[in-house]
Write a protein that binds this ligand. Structure first.
Ligand code: ATP
Ligand code: MG
Length: 213
């Protein structure tokens, strides 16, 4: 069975940078599926603007016509902080032999040493890093070292074992961020063609990013 891609994020809101990255990784790594996991109450960043239910709804709307993409809302349903370590531990129990690939943008990967039990993540999953505009792969420090130990350029290594490797993959660079989207919308501008139309509809109907006027 092919690997499961695990793609976590606040998705506040989900945009084409997320979707195109997931699609290209799904194709090039021959993933069985990409599982989108919206975070509940993120431990490492300030509050989101759209509530969890709305963020899940936007992800659902964005991936509805892509069968290999699925939403997993377990972090949203869990009370309190959600750690990637806990989520991957659960997925590992549910899929004992299966290859799991944690999909991260380079910016997220660079922050990995700040994550709860980060070194143990490699016992649970592979880490696949997508290039993002303006971010360089680490060559020094704990991440530089772990890249030397665990890095691979072979997709097969992600299929052969269930966890433990790091694979860096270039994806089409779409310089879109949720932060910038929230600013655009708050300024009264239209996010069209940066997010799927059904997501744009939810944003407009809910008014979730608009400043009260
Ligand atoms: P924010 O600006 O609020 O931080 P974001 O656009 O970075 O939002 P997140 O939900 O924080 O989105 O990101 C989830 C995951 O998607 C992270 O691993 C991040 O690196 C990756 N990602 C976000 N935007 C892009 C993009 N434009 N291209 C590739 N990967 C991306
Ligand atoms: Mg981010």
């Amino acid at each position: 069975m092919n690997p499961i891609g695990v793609f976590g994020g606040t998705f506040d809101p989900i945009h084409y940078g997320h979707l195109r990255t997931a699609f290209e990784l799904w194709q090039s790594l021959k993933l069985a599926e990409v599982r989108f996991l919206p975070t509940g109450n993120p431990p490492h960043r300030e509050r989101t603007l759209a509530d969890a239910a709305l963020r899940v709804q936007m992800v659902r709307a964005a991936i509805a016509d892509q069968p290999a993409f699925v939403v997993d809302d377990r972090e949203v349903r869990r009370a309190g902080a959600s750690y990637t370590f806990d989520t991957l531990s659960e997925l590992r129990v549910e899929n004992p032999q299966r290859s799991l690939c944690l999909l991260l943008g380079m910016d997220a990967f660079l922050g990995l040493p700040g994550w709860h039990r980060w070194r143990e993540l490699f016992d649970l999953a592979h880490v696949v890093v997508a290039h993002r505009p303006g971010w360089k792969a680490p060559t020094q420090g704990p991440l530089g070292e772990i890249m030397v130990d665990r890095g691979t350029g072979a997709v097969n290594d992600l299929h052969r074992s269930p966890a433990g490797r790091i694979y860096v993959h270039a994806v089409t660079q779409l310089e879109i961020s949720s932060t910038e989207l929230r600013q655009i919308i708050d300024a009264g501008r239209d996010p069209r063609f940066l997010v799927p139309d059904p997501v744009r509809d939810i944003i407009r109907d809910s008014g979730c990013y608009a400043r009260p006027r």
